[in-house]
Design a protein around this ligand. Structure first.
Ligand code: HEM
Length: 381
């Protein structure tokens, strides 16, 4: 590997472009836990982050300052990421099978792999490929299929609308304004309106399964919105950032079938596409040395927690002990992780097949929730 430091420096630009104020400020925050006025209790230590995420007796995603305050007015009350306790567990059990590796692998093989194989052929023919655009399209296609949408009809617009909605989220604002809620609902209505047929259909899609669970069509369409929000931008952020780091460090040529998984894990640790997540305290308690009151907002800075174990090094296996903390921990651990991992592996395998590569040009998305490349143009060296 030639230059891990260069890869990290260039990736840092993507994160700063997304969050030009908060991320540089937090770079100076060293304490494991600290109270930030107007924001909440910030947790940035690996073990304490895991403790909060895993303890659903003390912390909830459905309470003041947590995800529910942002998303319930837009998506409805039963969309996993704003649920808690038995109701949440039941919903997860019902939806789990359509996110299981055995279900998502054939989907990715049929729908996503051919797109990456075509990209490899283009690169081999000496053409340039925009990995950011390709990933936006493939990630959107996969989700569209899972939620029963007609892919062609929606995926181009899907990504634009998703980033408009998530772009409304600010760390300093626990709730969306009324006008933002109305706008988010309008955008989501446009995205989900074609899912009615899926609700009436079989259980191979999210809405069909939710109907079987007894949820109303409105609730099921809310969940469709939630999956579109959680499952597109994260991957469209992750895959090009990981690809760029592996190319910038000239590490692709050293990758084998045997070390690819651990290089991906390490790159997910370093990039942590979903930088932070929210909880609300259910009780008066402590996190580390900091006293926390019932109803307080907890901001878990997962990206800082994940970086505590050292600089990015795809050769070192640093990420192994973290149990994929970049996908969360405990009851809300990312249900889409198998889908995400299958897509990332497909993309990285394609890049290995096409390599050695260089980056011809790149541009980040500015002021966005999930750091991402707007364009990442690659070609063969
Ligand atoms: C690299 C890509 C991804 C990353 C880094 C990621 C990260 C995360 C994290 C950190 C959480 C936990 C949040 C918390 O505890 O508050 C989460 C939950 C979730 N993710 Fe992902 N995610 C990714 C891809 C996906 C995909 C492809 C889907 C597909 C729909 C998805 C759907 C969800 C859902 C529905 C939840 C909520 C689960 C629950 O509350 O029970 N994610 N994700």
């Amino acid at each position: 590997m030639r230059d891990a430091a260069l890869a990290m420096r260039l990736d840092a630009r993507v994160v700063r472009a997304a969050h030009p104020v908060v991320v540089p400020l937090l770079a100076f925050a060293r304490a494991s836990v600290l109270r930030l006025p107007g924001i909440g209790v910030l947790v940035q230590d690996t073990e304490l982050a895991r403790e909060v995420l895993s303890d659903s007796e003390r912390f909830t995603k459905n309470g003041p300052g947590a995800s529910s305050e942002l998303w319930t007015p837009v998506l409805g009350e039963r969309v996993l990421l704003n649920m808690h306790g038995d109701d949440h567990r039941r919903m997860r059990r019902t939806l789990q099978p359509i996110f299981a590796p055995a279900f998502v692998r054939p989907l990715v093989d049929a729908m996503i792999r051919p797109r990456w194989e075509a990209a490899v052929r283009s690169l081999e023919a000496g053409e340039r490929v925009d990995l950011a655009k390709l990933t936006r399209e493939t990630a959107s296609d996969a989700i569209a299929s899972l939620v029963g949408l007609d892919r062609g009809a929606v995926t181009e617009q899907m990504f634009v609308d998703v980033t408009r909605i998530t772009g409304m989220v600010k760390l300093s604002k626990p709730r969306l304004r009324r006008s933002q809620i109305a706008e988010a609902q309008r955008l989501l209505h446009g995205l989900t309106q074609h899912a009615h047929a899926a609700y009436a259909g079989d259980e191979s899609t999210v809405p069909g399964r939710m109907r079987a669970l007894g949820l109303s069509e409105r609730e099921a369409l809310g969940a469709v919105g939630a999956f579109i929000l959680t499952g597109t931008e994260t991957l469209a952020g992750a895959i090009p950032r990981i690809a760029a780091m592996l190319i910038d460090a000239d590490y692709l040529r050293e990758m084998t079938d045997g070390n690819t998984e651990s290089a991906i894990g390490e790159s997910l640790r370093w990039t942590t596409p979903s930088l932070a997540t929210l909880r609300s305290s259910l009780t008066d308690t402590s996190i580390g040395a900091v006293r926390v009151q019932r109803g307080e907002r907890i901001v878990i800075a997962t990206y800082k927690a994940n970086r505590q174990s050292g600089a990015w090094n795809p050769e070192a296996g640093t990420s192994r002990g973290l149990k994929q903390l970049w996908f969360g921990a405990g009851e809300h651990f990312c249900i889409g992780a198998p889908l995400a991992m299958t897509q990332i592996r497909t993309a990285v395998d394609a890049l290995r097949a096409a390599g050695p590569l260089r980056i011809a040009s790149r541009a980040p998305v500015r002021r966005t929730l999930i750091p991402a490349y707007r364009s990442l143009i690659v070609e063969r060296q």
